[in-house]
Design a protein around this ligand. Structure first.
Ligand code: G
Ligand code: G
Ligand code: MN
Length: 395
C-alpha cells in the first residue's frame, strides 16, 4: 500500500486499559502507567516525527519518510521492543500492552482526518487479532482484479490450512461455567499477520469460495466437538445465502455422522436478514436442519430487519442480542430497554438468550439479573486459537 516515494504515515498508539476485575493497578498506579507510556513513546519517535496526546492512553503520531512497508514494520518492531521492557511498580511487574494502527498520510489537510479514521480501523483490527499493529488497507480501493486476487489467495489459504477457527467461550450467565464456544474464522498469512473476517467474508460471499470455506468450518468444528466433553457445544456462523443450498444438509449430517457427534451440540448462527428473500424456502430449510436436531441461533439480533413475527415464525432455538446494545446497556436507558425487551420476548417463546459483547463484570452481572441465559465477550475471553482455548478451559 505504501508507495516507494518518501511518505508520511499516521499512527495511533494505544496503551491497553487493564481494568481487570481484581483491580491490580488501582487509580494511583494507572496514573503511573500513563507516565510510563509517555516516557517510552518519547524513546520511540524520532526528532523528525510529530506526536500529540489524544487522551491518557492514546497518542497520534506522524512518522516522516517511511518509504516502504518494510520500514514501517521496522518502526513498529521498535515500538514493540520498547514496550516489552519490563516495568516494575513497587516491586510488582506491571503489564504494558500497546497496540498501533497505521495509515498512509498525504500532505493535505483533509487527508489528516481520513488517515485518522483509517488508522483507527487498523488499530481496532490489531486489537481484535491480538497483534502489535496493523496497517490500513483500503477496501474501497479494491477493484475487480484485486477482488479476484483476494479470492485466489483465499483458495490457497483454504488448501494450505492458513484459515483457522478461533474459539470464544460462551458461559452460563448465572454460574459462569463454560457451556461452549463460537467458532470465528481467522486467516494467518505467510508474513505472520492475522486477518479477521470483516476483511474477507464480504468478498468471499460474492464468490463461490464462501461454500468450501463454510463447509470446512462446519467439518472442523464438528471434528473438534468429537474431542470435547459431551456438555460443550460449538456455534458456526453461516452466511445467509448458504442456508438455501441443499448441500448444507449433507455437509452437516455427514460431519456429525463421521465423528459420532450429538447433533444438538452443533449450533448454526444465521443473521435475521436471512428472511429478506425467499422466506418460505428459508423457513423450510431451517425446519429441516432442526429435524436433524441441530440448534439454530439468530445472530446480531436487533440490528437488521427484525420483526416481532420472527419470534412466532422462525424455527430457532436461541437469540443473540447484538453487541451494540449490550456494550451500552449500562449507560443508555434505551439500550437497556431493548436488551430487557429482547430477553423477555425470547423467553416467552421458549428461546434461549445469548448476550454478546459483554466487556465487563458490571454488564455480566446486570444481564444475569435480567435472566439472560448465556454470556459471551471480552470480559471472559477474546476469540482464542484452539490450543489456547483448550489449555485455558482444560477441554
Ligand atoms: O471476531 P470477529 O471479527 O470474528 O468476526 C467478525 C464477523 O465475521 C462476525 O460478524 C462473524 O459473524 C463473521 N464471521 C466470523 N467467522 C465466520 C465464518 O466462519 N463464516 C461466516 N460466514 N462469518 C464469519
Ligand atoms: O458473528 P458475530 O457478529 O456475533 O461475531 C462476533 C463478533 O464480536 C466478532 O467479531 C468478535 O470478535 C466480536 N466480539 C466478541 N466479544 C466482544 C466484546 O466483548 N466486545 C466487542 N467489541 N466485540 C466482541
Ligand atoms: Mn456470530
Amino acid at each position: 500500500m505504501i508507495s516507494s516515494t518518501k511518505n508520511s504515515v499516521l499512527g495511533l498508539v494505544e496503551l491497553a486499559d487493564t481494568d481487570d476485575p481484581i483491580n491490580l493497578h488501582g487509580s494511583t498506579s494507572s496514573r503511573v502507567l500513563r507516565d510510563v507510556f509517555h516516557d517510552r513513546l518519547k524513546g520511540w519517535v524520532r526528532s523528525k516525527d510529530q506526536w500529540r496526546l489524544l487522551n491518557n492512553n492514546r497518542v497520534c503520531v506522524i512518522l516522516r519518510d517511511i518509504g516502504s512497508q518494510g520500514e514501517l514494520e521496522l518502526a513498529a518492531a521498535k515500538l514493540g521492543r520498547i514496550f516489552k521492557e519490563p516495568y516494575y511498580h513497587r516491586g510488582r511487574l506491571m503489564p504494558l500492552e500497546v497496540s498501533a494502527g497505521f495509515a498512509e498520510l498525504n500532505g493535505r489537510d483533509e487527508d489528516l482526518k481520513l488517515a485518522m479514521q483509517q488508522a483507527g480501523i487498523a488499530l481496532k483490527q490489531a486489537q481484535k487479532s491480538s497483534q502489535l499493529f496493523d496497517v490500513y488497507l483500503s477496501e474501497w480501493g479494491m477493484d475487480a482484479s484485486d477482488e479476484r486476487e483476494l479470492v485466489k489467495q483465499l483458495e490457497i489459504a483454504l488448501e494450505t490450512g492458513a484459515l483457522q477457527l478461533y474459539y470464544q467461550p460462551k458461559v452460563h450467565a448465572g454460574y459462569r461455567s463454560l457451556i461452549g464456544a463460537e467458532a470465528l474464522m481467522r486467516w494467518h498469512t505467510k508474513d505472520q499477520k492475522i486477518i479477521t473476517p470483516d476483511q474477507f467474508i464480504d468478498v468471499a460471499e460474492r464468490h463461490e469460495i464462501i461454500k468450501p470455506m463454510t463447509w470446512w468450518a462446519i467439518k472442523s468444528a464438528v471434528a473438534r466437538l468429537a474431542r470435547w466433553p459431551e456438555q460443550l457445544s460449538i456455534a458456526v456462523n453461516i452466511s445467509p445465502a448458504l442456508l438455501l443450498e441443499d448441500e448444507i444438509m449433507s455437509v452437516v449430517q455427514d460431519a456429525l455422522e463421521i465423528h459420532g457427534v450429538t447433533p444438538a451440540r452443533l449450533n448454526l448462527e444465521v443473521t435475521e436478514n436471512i428472511m429478506i428473500d425467499h422466506q418460505d424456502l428459508v423457513l423450510s430449510q431451517l425446519a429441516r436442519l432442526r429435524d436433524l436436531d441441530v440448534k439454530i441461533s439468530i445472530d446480531d439480533f436487533g440490528t437488521g430487519f427484525s420483526s416481532l413475527a420472527y419470534f412466532r415464525d422462525l424455527p430457532v432455538d436461541e437469540i443473540k442480542i447484538d453487541k451494540s446494545f449490550v456494550l451500552r446497556m449500562l449507560e443508555s436507558e434505551k439500550d437497556l430497554a431493548i436488551v430487557k425487551a429482547i430477553i423477555d420476548l425470547a423467553h416467552n417463546f421458549s428461546l434461549k438468550v445469548v448476550a454478546e459483547g459483554v466487556e465487563n463484570l458490571d454488564i455480566a452481572n446486570r444481564l444475569a439479573e435480567l435472566h439472560c441465559d448465556i454470556l459471551q465477550g471480552y470480559v471472559f475471553d477474546r476469540p482464542l486459537p484452539v490450543e489456547e482455548f483448550e489449555k485455558e478451559y482444560r477441554v
